[in-house]
Ligand binder design. Sequence first.
Ligand code: DX5
Ligand code: ZN
Length: 237
Amino acid sequence: MSYTGIIFSKNGTKIMSNKAEVVEVSASILAANPCNLVEEIKAVQSAGANRLHIDIMDGHFVPNMSFGPHTINMLKRHSTLPFEVHLMVKNCDDFISMFSASADTIIIHPESTDHLHRSLSLIKGRQLRTGIALNPGAPLEFLYPVIDMVDYILIMSVNPGFGGQDFIPSSLERIEKVRNYLEQKNLSCDLAVDGGVNLQTAPRIIQAGANVLVAGSAIFKQTSYIKAIQQLQSHNL
Ligand code: DX5
Ligand code: ZN
């Protein structure tokens, strides 16, 4: 993955940018029509989504519930997109095995395990990509001791549990800090942002250094999925 580093503004002055050359869109099916999930995931795949984001909630870690493993296993038969399973649950270890047949990446919150290293090892042991999600109130330092084991970092830009919330502006500085840290360490893991991503917030999120945009309402609540996805993917400064 490469980053533009130095870019030029319209009047020719040099400005620094963390902007990724390729921005991918992960469609969050929490915002899809739950009565029509198969058609919805097919539609976003043919509209050009790069990945599927699947929120799993247990009613404890967050005050909401979503999908179970049976539903996600069935959906897997209808899509060739990578499934990124975001576990918003207490005791994430109990859920890793439930979703390992359908997931390509399993994303966990550090607060949902007593032993973060062990939980990441569990995911790796199933030959899946590992992800860490950081809530708006979580210290970025959670990442540092385990960074070598992580393929995917998810900066939460809302408090998790619900779609359709407003982007928390202080997330931008957190994205920038993580991107700089990854650059310093020469690490190429994905840096994704989840919550309130739309055409207004996306340019600043990309400028801050994210290379994956997780979007629910900004895709599934729009009339044209193709237009919504293409606009997010091609967002320029
Ligand atoms: C929030 C979830 C998100 C959610 C984003 O807890 O983790 O994935 O679907 O929804 P939007 O894009 O509508 O903010
Ligand atoms: Zn999510």
